[in-house]
Design a protein around this ligand. Structure first.
Ligand code: KIV
Length: 276
């Protein structure tokens, strides 16, 4: 096995305060998930800005039907693996189901994530999570919020469905987005919401939004790595997914093609978004 991270060494490490500068400069943030050191190194060398150890690992690595079985130990193990492959990208770790059920539990979980190499933790929802975001941020833990389709709520939502289509739900999402920013979140993932709503939220916030199934007007985009490579366990492919491997020809070329398409505003296209 040979590691080749030469291209990445030219890039300085992306830091949390720089995320707002990207937003001010209208520079798109390119994000992907990763779960191991080898793919992390390829993503880093291909110019990906943000790497998420997502609890999607429960589905694409472990083969479960949802993210609910993922444990904090799983997330920490994969964070350590990914961190070893990175030089420049900013590493975010998902707080798995119920590891953020109370602010104190979230602090323990987030501390472990940062000690494993993450620079930021992601947690789903608003409501009582606003106090948790505040609690973490006051204790020097950078937070990425996640609204819209929050996969840890799949049982309550009754499936993986587009969120924020009705006027009241759209207003709630706009209010929640402002509230997570005011609580101290430095980044916001918007998943499966109408493109127009995501555009409004992105225009309203001083922090960057990262879309997945949220249209072209977010400040950055994220995909699950396996979706970008067309690898899966046979689950239904959502409409926002694009297989970049079939046009890229190699893993590195596919990731570079994705990064270029996001930066140049060519991905996602209208066919990848949802109407209100
Ligand atoms: O778990 C994950 O990979 C995620 C992304 C889909 C945003 O939360």
């Amino acid at each position: 096995m040979y590691a080749n991270n030469d291209k990445a060494s030219a890039r300085p490490k992306l830091t949390v305060p720089q995320l707002r500068q990207y937003k001010r400069d209208r520079r798109k943030l390119v994000a992907l998930t990763a779960y191991d050191a080898s793919f992390a190194a390829v993503l880093d060398a291909s110019g990906v800005d943000l790497i998420l150890v997502g609890d999607s690992l429960g589905m694409v690595v472990q083969g479960h039907d949802s993210t609910l079985p993922v444990t904090l130990d799983d997330a920490i193990y994969h964070t350590r693996c990914v961190a070893r492959g990175l030089r420049s990208a900013l590493l975010i770790t998902d707080l798995p189901f119920q590891s953020d059920a109370t602010a104190e539990r979230a602090l323990d979980a987030a501390t472990r994530a940062l000690q494993a190499g993450a620079a930021m933790v992601k947690l789903e929802g608003a409501g009582h999570k606003l106090d948790t975001i505040r609690f973490l941020v006051e204790r020097e833990i950078p937070v990425c919020a996640h609204l819209g389709l929050t996969p840890q709520s799949v049982l309550r939502l009754g499936g993986y469905k587009v969120q924020g289509r009705e006027a009241a739900a759209a207003q709630r999402l706009r209010d929640d987005a402002r509230a997570v920013m005011e609580a101290g979140a430095e980044l916001l993932v918007l998943e499966c919401v109408p493109s127009t709503l995501a555009a409004q939220v992105s225009a309203d916030l001083a922090i960057a939004t990262i879309g997945i199934g949220a249209g072209p007007d977010c400040d950055g985009q994220i995909l699950v790595l396996h979706d970008l490579l067309g690898v899966g366990t046979g689950h239904r492919r959502p409409r926002f997914v694009k297989d970049f491997l079939c046009e890229g020809g190699s893993v590195a070329a596919a990731i570079e093609a994705y990064a270029a398409a996001v930066r140049e505003g060519r991905f996602p296209g209208p066919e990848h978004g949802y109407a209100g």
